[in-house]
Write a protein of this length. Structure first.
Length: 78
């Protein structure tokens, strides 16, 4: 898992808006995953803030982030 986190975070450090748009067009995210994606990766909000805002536990946010990272990792490794 650490390899996935590292690769995705590294990709986001160098990504442009068009790169992010391309990734989002290639993966399917649930409504909650879209919100978490935007809050975490685009707005740079922390897990606890996201959990409080969406009325879910930080564990659920972490699980959703893992699913999002796995989807992104599959695309950027192609």
């Amino acid at each position: 898992m650490f390899k996935t986190v590292r690769a995705v975070n590294g990709w986001f450090r160098l990504a442009k808006k068009s790169d992010i748009d391309n990734i989002l067009s290639e993966i399917v995210l649930s409504e909650r995953q879209e919100k978490i994606f935007g809050m975490f990766y685009l707005k740079k909000q922390d897990i606890n803030f996201i959990a409080d805002t969406l009325f879910i536990s930080p564990t659920v946010v972490s699980v959703e982030l893992r699913a999002i990272r796995d989807k992104i990792y599959a695309i950027i490794q192609q």
